[in-house]
Design a protein around this ligand. Structure first.
Ligand code: NAP
Ligand code: GDD
Length: 326
């Protein structure tokens, strides 16, 4: 029988790759999309004829109830969030509403209208925050360093609680940074790949950045949505870290991105701006995904340099296309 899936955060980076994957696997796919004055469906333009888009907002319980009733899901992937750490310092209440309480609203809708559905919660390595060990795995304590991280910790524990208190099948994927050509423009990797592409085409001279010394475990998003799906195919609900196991600094990513574009004097194109520093930074994240490998057979393949190449080349190409005379 055809399985039905409901994906919140359908227009985001991960939502778009996940819906593609689920369609390939033969699912009937429903994507939750919030109302905006101008629709934001760039990432899913190619999918809109193949999925059912449902109106809804993580702030609005009744819309979530309706979406769950209408989609009758076997699987729900809660990817919607105010996901930008920088903004969470400026809009902590909104971030808590969407990223924290929003997850509980999704769980409540499922408890009422689809209690047999399997639920994936997009948890984050930001929850580890100020780490006391390296690498981080499922047993590493949380010490979030941003309102976003705090909201994700709340959502994580809510999921564990709905599992224990109500017997729902709810699993957390604790994923480290994963990036792609569909990444939002404010995130570091995309800001850099897009900035380098503009410099390459002579459309800009510099990129303005913050802390170049922070280190992240950066992987390729399509491989991480495959992990989300695998987590829900497991016989019991559980929590899994998803990571490449390699950490690199922001500086290394910047250098590599300029190298891909054939620009050697990268330092002359980077300006450091205090506005891009965070009030409390996470200096080093590196994950240990051995549990996901052992139990789910998952292992990411794309390496750091390949990721930079994919992103920079995609941005150079897309600017090329947009500059062609029509
Ligand atoms: P993203 O590109 O920022 O996508 C976020 C999605 O949430 C967008 O579709 C957005 O819709 C939607 N959304 C925001 N507020 C909403 C609301 N009030 N109601 C309904 N939908 C709302 O994020 P992503 O990179 O795909 O990440 C997916 C999830 O994984 C997020 O929960 C993120 O926090 C988490 N995560 C991401 C990473 C990573 O490295 N990418 C790592 C760990 C965890 P609009 O398009 O309308 O804004
Ligand atoms: N965005 C941004 N912009 N980051 C910068 C900049 C800049 O100009 N300059 C330095 N950085 C540093 C940040 O301080 C951070 O240490 C690192 O680059 C990565 O920043 P982001 O790309 O914004 O990602 P993030 O690590 O804060 O959060 C992402 O990953 C989390 C998983 O660990 C987001 O996708 C979160 O939603 C996700 O949960």
């Amino acid at each position: 029988m055809t399985k039905s899936a409901l994906v919140t955060g359908a227009t985001g980076q991960d939502g778009s790759f996940l819906m593609e994957l689920l369609l390939k696997k033969g699912y009937e796919v429903h994507g939750l999309v919030r109302r905006l004055s101008i629709p934001n469906i760039g990432n899913i333009q190619h999918l809109v004829d193949h999925v059912t888009l449902l109106d809804g907002d993580l702030i609005d319980q009744s819309s979530l109830n309706a979406a769950v009733k209408e989609s009758g899901p076997d699987e729900v992937y809660n990817l919607a969030a105010q996901s930008f750490v920088g903004t969470s310092f400026v809009q902590p209440v909104l971030t808590g509403e969407i990223t924290g309480l929003g997850a509980v609203r999704v769980l409540e809708a499922i408890r009422a209208y689809a209690p047999d559905a399997r639920v994936y919660q997009a948890s984050s390595s930001e929850m580890f925050g100020k780490v006391d060990r390296e690498p981080q795995d499922e047993s590493t304590p949380f010490h979030p360093r941003s309102p976003y991280g705090v909201a994700k910790v709340y959502a994580y524990w809510a999921c564990v609680n709905y599992r224990e208190a109500h017997g729902l099948f709810v699993s957390n994927g604790i994923l480290f940074n994963h990036e792609s050509e569909r990444r939002g423009l404010e995130f570091l990797t995309r800001k850099v790949s897009n900035g380098v592409a503009k410099i390459h085409h002579g459309l800009a001279k510099t990129i303005s950045l913050g802390n170049l010394d922070a280190r992240r475990d950066w992987g390729y998003a399509p491989e991480f949505v495959d992990l989300m799906w695998r987590i829900l195919q497991h016989k019991q609900p559980d929590d899994f870290v998803g990571a490449t196991g390699e950490a690199h600094s922001v500086r290394e990513f910047v250098e590599e991105a300029f190298r891909v574009a054939g620009i050697s004097d990268w330092e002359t194109h980077v300006k450091i701006d205090e506005r891009h520093f965070r009030p409390s930074e996470i200096y080093n994240l590196r994950g240990d995904a051995r549990k996901a490998k052992r139990i789910l057979g998952w292992q990411p393949k794309t390496k750091f340099k390949d990721l930079a190449k994919i992103m920079v080349e995609a941005d150079i190409e897309s600017l090329n296309e947009s500059r062609k005379p029509r």
